[in-house]
Design a binder for this molecule. Structure first.
Ligand code: MN
Length: 200
């Protein structure tokens, strides 16, 4: 059983004008497709074959840079596609809304802190909203690392992620990462984030 590149449940142009269709196509088919095939090549015929991605990531310090980069790349993008939607944006409701207010003071403060984590991640990486038992925490990681990895500075279960690698935004936004981050708030699928929050 190998890892499969998931089909998106929306088309490449669905997130326009916030994320352009060409970026989505290259990002999903080439970048995520590449992480998936390289991850499969790295685990094939090894003791990792048949293990879940979560299990591999939780012990990542034992494995090669190829497994770390491509395993992280595989997992992170599965999450990223899922938490965006053409009907996204606005604010969450219910228990997730309550938890954001409890942990950050207000939705606006959460938005500011998450955006800041995304903006200040130097070079390639990701910004995260993580569940740690009853707490919600914001963090960021370099490259394709993530909070499930045993090497992560801040560990937990990711429920929201923003890819700030240049390949995620450069065609449309060039060096204007803050504009891309601001645009992201219009396409967050809060239902999907809430599902992960309640399940995690
Ligand atoms: Mn990416």
């Amino acid at each position: 059983m190998s890892f499969e590149l998931p089909k998106l449940n929306y088309s490449y142009d669905s997130l326009e004008p916030y994320i352009d269709a060409k970026t989505m196509e290259i990002h999903h088919s080439k970048h995520h497709g590449g992480y998936t095939s390289k991850l499969n090549a790295a685990v094939e015929g090894t003791a990792l074959s048949g293990k879940s991605i979560e299990e591999i990531l939780s012990n990542i310090s034992n494995y090669s840079a190829g497994v770390r980069n491509n395993g992280g790349g595989f997992y992170n993008h599965v999450l990223f596609w899922e938490i965006m939607s053409l009907k996204g944006g606005g604010e969450p409701s219910g228990k997730l809304s309550d938890a954001l207010k409890k942990n950050f003071g207000s939705f606006d403060k959460f938005k500011e802190d998450f955006s800041n984590a995304a903006a200040t991640r130097f070079g390639s990486g990701w910004a995260w909203l993580i569940k740690q038992d009853d707490k919600l925490v914001i963090s960021s990681t370099p490259n394709q690392d993530n909070p499930l990895m045993d090497i992560a500075d801040v560990k937990g279960i990711p429920i929201l992620a923003l890819d700030v690698c240049e390949h995620a935004y450069y065609l449309k936004y060039q060096n204007r990462r803050p504009d891309y981050i601001e645009a992201f708030w219009n396409i967050i699928n809060w239902e999907a984030v809430t599902e992960r929050f309640l399940a995690g």
